[in-house]
Structure formats: structure tokens, C-alpha cells
Design a protein around this ligand. Structure first.
Ligand code: SF4
Length: 249
């Protein structure tokens, strides 16, 4: 699959779908896309973090067989691992795929699990970027072209004009919550009686790996507790996914 052939195709497809469905959001958007040419070719990624259950609930309602990719970096909180199992069962998600770092990389590069104290970028590379990249390539080869994300315009670091459908990372990105506000998220928790991640009640508003996540200081952005004091806000790695620049956090 070459970038010359896939990038224009993905962008053209995203533009067409955006023209047809770009005014929608939430469940209506997902239902429409499942009836479109993307049907059967859509997956999502989830951290099972602070707000993740809101989007997982929408996805489970429209199609619980949609693959959900969960990256277990092997440095997550035990609470996150238990929450992932709880939510999977509660919502009836049928195809949660847990991906993990390559054991050889861990043994050779981070044998004592302390690399985060010396080089967070390299730690993120072997624990996040490489396994996710491999999973995405496998999904692409299996024909998946739609990628549901939980990105929202109000989040820091997210474009204020984020489209609900866009071409990115060689996928058609679907952002059903792009237009949702912080209040909309809180309302969804209450209206659907969704259980929050257990660490939220303990002051964590954005939850990643245990060594690099602290409680969110009052009055600061939700991600202020991630890599606190390190001047690092994203995983920091940009890699080439089939010749397309790709980044995660
Ligand atoms: S967030 Fe921290 S522990 Fe997790 S992969 Fe990155 S540097 Fe390593």
C-alpha cells in the first residue's frame, strides 16, 4: 500500500463523507457511517481513561462488535486495567483487542522498568508508539479505514475547528465528540449512569501511565498532571506510518 495511492483516496473519501455526514455527531454520526461504505471497516482506540466510557458507550450502542484497541503499556495503573475489564463487561463490548509492547524491546531497552526516569521519549516509543503502529498496520492490512477517536475541540492542543470526519494518519478519522463541551460529557455520565474511572474521584482528570501521571492541580488543564514538571505534554514521538506522519499521546 503506497502513500501515493492511499493518501488521496483517504482524503477524498473523508471529504465525501464529511459532505454527507459532517453536520452530525454522537450516535447519529456513528450510525450513519456504519451504513456507509465505511461499514465493517471501522475501529476505535481507547485508553479507558477519565472520560473514555462516554464514547465507548456510544460505540457499544451502535455496534458492540466494533474492534476497540486498548494499549497496555505495562506501566498503567492497576485501577485502569480493572476498569477496562469492568467497562468491557458492562457495555457488552465484544472485540476489545489489548496490545502490549514487544517483550524483546522491554528486556533489551528497559529491563528494570525505569527507563521513564532517564528518557521518557524512548520509553513512550517502545511502550506506546511501536506497538500501536504495528497494530494500526495490521488493521490497515485487514481493510480497516475508519478510526473513531474521542478528541474534542475544547481540549487543549486540539484544533478549535476539528472536523467530525477528517483524513489523518492514513485513516478516515471519526470524531463523534468533536463538538461536545465539558458540560456535555458530564451530562452524559449522569444521564446514562456511567461509572467513572476510579482515580477521577481521587483527583486525576487525565490518566496515563502510573509513573508519569499525577493528580491534576486545581484550576489547571486536565492534562497538567501528565509528565508534570517535565515540559512534556505529548508522547513526543512522530513516526512514519506507511509514509504518513503519525502521532499519539
Ligand atoms: S508515559 Fe511514562 S511510563 Fe508511559 S510509556 Fe511514556 S515515559 Fe514510559
Amino acid at each position: 500500500m503506497s502513500s501515493q495511492s492511499t493518501i488521496p483516496t483517504t482524503e477524498t473519501l473523508a471529504a465525501r463523507l464529511r459532505g454527507n455526514y459532517g453536520h452530525m455527531d454522537g450516535t447519529a454520526l456513528l450510525e450513519a457511517l456504519l451504513e456507509s461504505e465505511l461499514g465493517g471497516k471501522i475501529m476505535m482506540t481507547s485508553s479507558f481513561g477519565a472520560e473514555a466510557v462516554v464514547l465507548l458507550d456510544l460505540v457499544a450502542k451502535v455496534d458492540p462488535t466494533i474492534p476497540v484497541i486498548f494499549l497496555d503499556t505495562r506501566r498503567l495503573f492497576g485501577e485502569t486495567l480493572r476498569y477496562q475489564r469492568q467497562i468491557t463487561e458492562l457495555l457488552g463490548l465484544e472485540d476489545v483487542r489489548i496490545i502490549r509492547p514487544d517483550t524483546g524491546h522491554l528486556e533489551n531497552i528497559d529491563p528494570d522498568d525505569m527507563l521513564f526516569t532517564k528518557d521518557t521519549d524512548q520509553c513512550c516509543e517502545i511502550r506506546k508508539v511501536l506497538p500501536l503502529n504495528a497494530a494500526l498496520e495490521t488493521l490497515q492490512d485487514a481493510g480497516f479505514i475508519g478510526w473513531i477517536t474521542g478528541r474534542k475541540r475544547f481540549q487543549s492542543g486540539i484544533r478549535s475547528d476539528l472536523d467530525v470526519i477528517e483524513a489523518s494518519d492514513n485513516f478516515v478519522k471519526i470524531n463523534p465528540l468533536a463538538q461536545w463541551t465539558d458540560a456535555d460529557i458530564k451530562d452524559a455520565f449522569l444521564a446514562k449512569n456511567l461509572p467513572p474511572h476510579p482515580l477521577v474521584a481521587d483527583g486525576f482528570k487525565s490518566i496515563g501511565c502510573m509513573p508519569c501521571t499525577e493528580r491534576t492541580p486545581d484550576g489547571l488543564d486536565a492534562r497538567a498532571g501528565r509528565w508534570a514538571g517535565q515540559g512534556k505534554t505529548e508522547c513526543g514521538i512522530h513516526i512514519d506510518l506507511k509514509n504518513t506522519v503519525f502521532s499519539i499521546n
